[in-house]
Design a protein around this ligand. Structure first.
Ligand SMILES: *[C@@H]1O[C@H](CO)[C@@H](O)[C@H](O)[C@H]1NC(C)=O
Ligand SMILES: *[C@@H]1O[C@H](CO)[C@@H](O)[C@H](O)[C@H]1NC(C)=O
Ligand SMILES: *[C@@H]1O[C@H](CO)[C@@H](O)[C@H](O)[C@H]1NC(C)=O
Ligand SMILES: *[C@@H]1O[C@H](CO)[C@@H](O)[C@H](O)[C@H]1NC(C)=O
Length: 285
């Protein structure tokens, strides 16, 4: 009896701890203080706040200044939370729920100067694999292939981590893309040249790539216990493709389009090459 009482108490306290922990990318309470707080979490906060009507002009300073406090207070009052101007767990959860979708839509074009484009539609439920399309600069379809854009789950809740988390889902939006020599670990990344998302241009990618998240690649793997009839494993934010498809992509890029394989410098910044391609990822549901 005593044991069961203790167990119930423990479960109760775990519940409180879980319900009170910040959802990533947030990890701390944010408020106006002296010295002024700054960081990537505040940059993301400001970007998400600008998606609320009336807060579009909030400056993206990465500093928790009085404008940010005011905008946060307004977001809270608009959504029936106590208007404190302080980022607490409840406000962080609601902001992510309401303002994470970037509304980015692929425009069916390729910006001038790029030699290829990969377009990927994604569902909110990233466990559903989708079909990517590889285009040349004239938007001819060169390949269609299955991809998975599901990142790591939260260990505590078992739920998918969002696009702003370090190992979460692949971010949506438009970004530059480039062919790099293979990663050194074929088990996790496959033996073929990989494509690297270099710089975000629009949508959530614009907010986080590559100043907050880097190492977003399109690759395959020699995954243990996997075969092509199975769903691919979750990534740490990368786009996963089947080995035959990732091989086909690099073959088409190099042999058909004359794309160069850049020396892979991993996550080093600044990126030393002019990216040759474009990656466009849009939420369709
Ligand atoms: C935002 O700035 C633009 C341009 O300065 C201005 O026209 C608009 O009224 C501002 N919007 C808000 C909500 O302050
Ligand atoms: C997400 O998709 C997977 C794969 O189709 C499915 O098994 C799962 O039930 C879906 N989850 C939700 C919450 O719909
Ligand atoms: C989840 O657990 C794994 C394995 O223990 C660990 O490597 C990883 O860092 C954890 N992830 C988070 C977000 O805590
Ligand atoms: C590739 O980059 C690495 C690290 O910067 C460098 O050591 C190596 O010489 C480079 N290889 C080529 C072929 O340029």
């Amino acid at each position: 009896m005593k044991f069961i009482k203790s167990l119930i108490l423990i479960i109760f306290f775990i519940g409180i701890v879980l319900s009170q922990s910040f959802p990533c990318p947030f990890y701390r309470s944010l408020s106006l203080s002296s010295p002024v707080l700054s960081g990537g979490d505040i940059y993301i906060l400001q970007n998400l706040l600008t998606r609320t009507k009336g807060l579009e002009n909030l400056s993206l300073s990465s500093n928790f200044d009085s404008d940010t406090e005011m905008a946060l207070g307004k977001f809270q009052s608009l959504n029936n939370l106590k208007s404190t101007g302080v980022l607490d767990v409840e406000t962080a959860n609601l902001l992510l729920e309401l303002n994470s979708a970037d509304g980015y839509k692929d425009n069916g074009q390729i910006p001038p100067g790029f030699l290829y484009k990969v377009h990927i539609p994604v569902y909110k439920n990233r466990s559903i694999e989708t079909t990517a399309t590889l285009y040349d600069a004239d938007l001819n379809v060169l390949l269609q292939f299955t991809v998975r854009t599901h990142g790591q789950n939260n260990n505590a809740t078992g739920l998918a981590q969002n696009e702003f988390c370090n190992s979460g889902n692949t971010p949506t939006g438009l970004m530059t893309f480039d062919l790099n020599s293979p990663e050194p670990d074929p088990t996790d990344f496959g033996p073929y040249p990989i494509n690297r998302a270099v710089q975000g241009i629009a949508g959530n990618a614009f907010i986080i790539i590559s100043n907050i998240r880097d190492g977003i690649l399109m690759h395959t793997g020699e995954w243990p216990d996997w075969n092509p009839t199975l769903p691919m494993p979750n990534s740490h934010g990368c786009v996963h493709g089947h080995p035959t498809d990732i091989d086909a992509v690099q073959t088409i890029l190099t042999e058909k389009l004359g794309i160069q394989i850049r020396n892979n410098t991993f996550t080093a910044v600044p990126y030393l090459h002019q990216p040759q391609g474009i990656l466009s990822i849009e939420l369709i549901e």
